[in-house]
Write a protein that binds this ligand. Structure first.
Ligand code: C5P
Length: 238
């Protein structure tokens, strides 16, 4: 199956502890890849300044801090999210419908106030590092599928723009919610080096099942030749 514009739909996760390493990965890949994800590792090591430096390389940023706090606290961070000029960011759906609703409403107001495009609000459902046993350990009396559907229904009511889910869930989420959401899928592997991820899938399978964007981190960033890995991924999608 041939995938349309795959280079615009692959997000490289920059979880390197050193900003220098992350910066060099972006320099190597920016001709091929447009979107890069900044999570807590990079954000806490370099703060907003790191985001500015990456944006100077003319790439788009996905801020993945998975906000999970009371509604008023998360809502107040929206002004800063807009100031950073990121394209998308995450909240944790387990933070609840009231928090997600406050975020969806406040981000619109902040973007309008600053006359800037509204960043996409993405709700993380269940982490791709969880399996059924981990869900039980958390005390959730449900399986992953039902839990993800329930959280996505809350995200829908709260007005968020997209969902982060594993490749195993994207197919039934798309069936249930169709194009209501943008679907972002991490836990992507080309080989059996899984690291701490448990619900993995290949890039071609993930797009085939309905993903809009894929998040790929260590398979690319820990390689000595990230450009070659990206080429291989893009080739696998032709
Ligand atoms: O290195 P790897 O490809 O496993 O990176 C996946 C990225 O996606 C990490 O940055 C991780 O924080 C993020 N992520 C995830 N599972 C989620 C949400 C985000 O792995 N449910």
């Amino acid at each position: 199956m041939s995938i349309k514009n795959p280079e615009e739909r692959i997000i490289v996760a920059l979880d390197s502890p050193s900003f220098g390493h992350a910066f060099s990965v972006v320099l190597k890949l920016r001709e091929k890849i447009k979107l890069f994800k900044v999570g807590p590792v990079l954000f806490l090591s370099n703060g907003p300044n790191g985001i500015e430096q990456l944006k100077d390389l003319e790439v788009d940023i996905f801020l993945d801090l998975k906000f999970h706090d009371i509604p008023s606290t998360v809502e107040k961070t929206m002004e800063h999210v807009v100031n950073y000029g990121v394209n998308m960011f995450t909240v944790h759906s387990l933070g609840g419908i009231d928090m997600m609703k406050s975020v969806s409403e406040r981000i619109k107001k902040e973007a309008k106030k600053k006359k800037t495009p509204k960043p996409m609000v993405l709700a993380v459902t269940m982490l791709t590092s969880h399996d059924e046993k981990n869900i039980k350990d958390l005390g959730l009396d449900s399986n992953i599928k039902d839990q993800v559907l329930r959280l996505a229904a809350l995200a829908d009511k709260a007005g968020v723009d997209g969902i982060v889910c594993s490749g195993h869930e994207v197919e039934y989420l798309r069936k249930e919610f169709a194009d209501r959401f943008t679907y972002v899928v991490p836990g992507i592997r080309m080989d059996d080096k899984t690291h701490d991820q448990k619900r993995n899938i290949t890039p071609a399978e993930a797009f085939d099942k309905g993903a809009d964007y894929l998040v790929i981190g260590r398979s690319i960033t820990e390689s000595h030749n990230p450009e070659i890995v990206v080429e291989q991924i893009l080739d696998s999608l032709k």
